[in-house]
Ligand binder design. Sequence first.
Ligand code: ADP
Length: 464
Amino acid sequence: LSRIDTARDTDHPTCAEPLLAGPLLGTAPVRAKNPATGDVIGKVVTATAKDVETALATAKPWATPAAKRAETLRQVADLYEQNFGDIFALLAREAGKTLIDAVGELREAVDFLRYYAVQAEKLDHPARGVFTCISPWNFPLAIFTGQIAAALAAGNGVLAKPAETTPMIASFAVRLMHKAGIPAAALQLVPGEGRVVGRALTSDPRISGVAFTGSTATARQIQAAMAANLTPGAPLIAETGGLNAMIVDSTALPEQAVRDIVASAFQSAGQRCSALRCLYVQEDIEPAFRKMLIGAMNELALGDPWALETDIGPVITETARADIDTYIANAQKSGRLLHALATPTRGNFVAPTLIRVNGIADLDREIFGPVLHLATFKASEVDKVIADVNATGYGLTFGLHTRIDTRVQDIADSVHAGNIYVNRNQIGAIVGSQPFGGEGLSGTGPKAGGPNYLPRFTADKVDR
Ligand code: ADP
């Protein structure tokens, strides 16, 4: 990390040298960019083939008693809280996170650390060995930390490969973990490209398991790479994408539903795997409801995530912006664009957008941005809507706004979704009591932050 340049965009607090100093593998420099401005914010290094081999050869389980591991993880949580200012600066500048997003990330990361610390002391099975943890850019602190904390809590060593676009926040987090006392051999940061470094770290027989969060396509590639080794019982714990829907029926409270939809679809610029993608509004209320929704969309402030008044920051890269822009342009060509706001020309911004669809079957993939699709349904069609949602094969989140109690239970019984949100926004989870995770194409389980997660990182044999 000593080879990360100091920040260049002077509007923001600089990530001073001591913050980013520490051991980091790798020699090939890449530029980290601020998605809101396009400015280079630092130079980071990526691991070479030799670095990957060194990491694999030197990685060791965290051979210290569970009580000590728990205490150390709690110290990491404390350090995260004490360093929130720097964490927010990095999350805003490298990942385009607003303050509300950054607070949410910190809380989730800290909850994972403290929850797995408690769980570590209850485990009666030993560590498996060394885990590869591969994380995405959309929760570059919370998911990155959650995977690592679970593997370490169980006594494993970790080789952590952060997403290509968010290496700086990852290196800062690892520095705090080392500062708290996690040994360098038990936690190594191995940054680099997924299909090179990620591939090398998941196809090697010295790895005892992989924790992965990212796209369904990548999860399949990792599964195939791991299968080639036949390492006995090496688990792939994968959390992947979703195509998430919500039903608003004519008994719903419209103001509350609109507020919750705006948060579910557009917060974090829609870059959450849990985000609402396809909204079904009951036909008789749809015209008035759509007007209210568009009114609320018009209130959203799009801009630099560092500014406190900003509701929606940029999407992560120019490529992501171009892809979403093309998608929206195609919707416009086919006459399906219901509403779009003006976007700033500088930075990777996409304005909140509403597109008409017949139903979720019209969505052929997950658009990872602030794009919401709107469909209508008749009272007699609820079962058909649920069947269509289930037919996507995904099963991550589902939202429902209704005051018909029996409908809540009927839908909860029939919809395939790991997390169901009733009369509230479709955001978040509670570590410990309402953990997050999906079914089908959305992931292997167990749910992160749930009671069954940590045991997956342990061996089948009992430690006596
Ligand atoms: P996203 O669409 O969220 O970027 P990806 O699945 O592409 O999802 O990326 C999630 C993580 O997986 C990133 O850290 C990325 O570098 C890594 N990755 C991508 N391809 C591979 C691969 N073939 N093997 C291992 N890791 C990979």
